[in-house]
Design a protein around this ligand. Structure first.
Ligand code: NAP
Length: 280
């Protein structure tokens, strides 16, 4: 292996220490950062994510409330809860765990969250602010990736950055954050022609595809920085990323592993957004 491993666990742990210290300072002024997490239905992966978010809140001294609603919850009931949380002064951040059951309108629910409490940064107001480069909240996964890039002391300025994936939660905001740091950004997706030709141009390559070991060594320029957002299962059921780590790490300058790369950063950035919201 030649590539430097970017250790998301270590970067995340250091950031959580800072967040904890800042939360203590706020608590001394009588403000305890509060996060409300809302989950509807029984999706097992979502249950795990929600449990981890509550645990992370407790670790840094935040107040948290969990609302576990039954699968058959109506749109009206969910909107009423969101409105109640919008008005609750103990709550600075509201997170509605996605995906919601099919009968519920996710867009309508996100639109109902007060933009000041939208710690996932999914509300159209916050998305617009990110476009303008004037924001308080950043979507957690791309924000965590930027922290990793900074921690690895990689400068984005003037670099060819290629993002594979154009989802609203990862690909699009990721491209925007790289652009704000003066990268020359290309976004690829399932209709991109000659994908490998494009990805081989990248000094910084971000893979957010959702396909196990999709990015192979021949798609990567030697010396590139490779960020793997994917969380997939390989043929043996083992957690793996979108990048063929074993082969690509031979030629990359720096690379994030899965697990232990981008994953640990996402909840940390949620904590950071909640702290920001509490700071007012
Ligand atoms: P998504 O909404 O499914 O988007 C996947 C993107 O990949 C789409 O834009 C799609 O293109 C593109 N794509 C699919 N096949 C492709 C191909 N053959 N060539 C080029 N592009 C292709 O997924 P997501 O929510 O962004 O998540 C991506 C991955 O990141 C998943 O594995 C997810 O589990 C993981 N993730 C991890 C974290 C974390 O905290 N670590 C957080 C969020 C997501 P089209 O738009 O054309 O369909």
């Amino acid at each position: 292996m030649s590539g430097k491993i970017i250790d998301g666990k270590a970067v995340s742990a250091a950031l959580r220490e800072q967040i904890k210290a800042q939360a203590q300072e706020l608590a001394a002024k009588g403000i305890v950062p509060g996060l409300a997490v809302v989950i509807v239905g029984e999706d097992p992966a979502s249950q795990v994510y929600v449990r981890n978010k509550e645990k992370a809140c407790a670790e840094v001294g935040f107040y948290s409330e969990k609302y576990a609603l039954p699968e058959q919850t109506t749109q009206q009931e969910l909107l009423e809860l969101v409105e109640r949380l919008n008005q609750d002064p103990k709550i600075h951040g509201i997170l509605v765990q996605l995906p919601l059951p099919k009968h519920l309108d996710e867009k309508g629910v996100i639109a109902a969250i007060s933009p000041e409490k939208d710690v996932d940064a999914f509300h159209a107001v916050n998305v617009g602010k990110i476009m303008q480069g004037d924001y308080r909240f950043l979507p957690c996964t791309p924000a965590g990736i930027m922290e990793l890039i900074h921690a690895a002391q990689v400068s984005v300025e003037g670099k060819e950055c290629v993002v594979i994936g154009r989802s609203n939660i990862v690909g699009k905001p990721m491209a925007m954050l790289l652009l704000h740091e003066n990268g020359t950004v290309t976004i690829c997706h399932s209709r991109t022609r000659n994908l490998a030709e494009v990805t081989r141009r990248a000094d910084i390559l971000v893979a957010a595809v959702g396909k196990a070991k999709f990015v192979t060594k021949d798609m990567v320029k030697p010396g590139a920085v490779v960020i793997d957002v994917g969380m997939n299962r390989d043929e043996n059921g083992k957690l793996c990323g979108d990048v063929d780590f074993e082969a690509v790490s031979q030629i990359a300058d720096a690379i994030t592993p899965v697990p232990g790369g981008v994953g640990p950063m996402t909840i940390t950035m949620l904590l950071k957004n909640t702290l920001t919201a509490a700071q007012g």
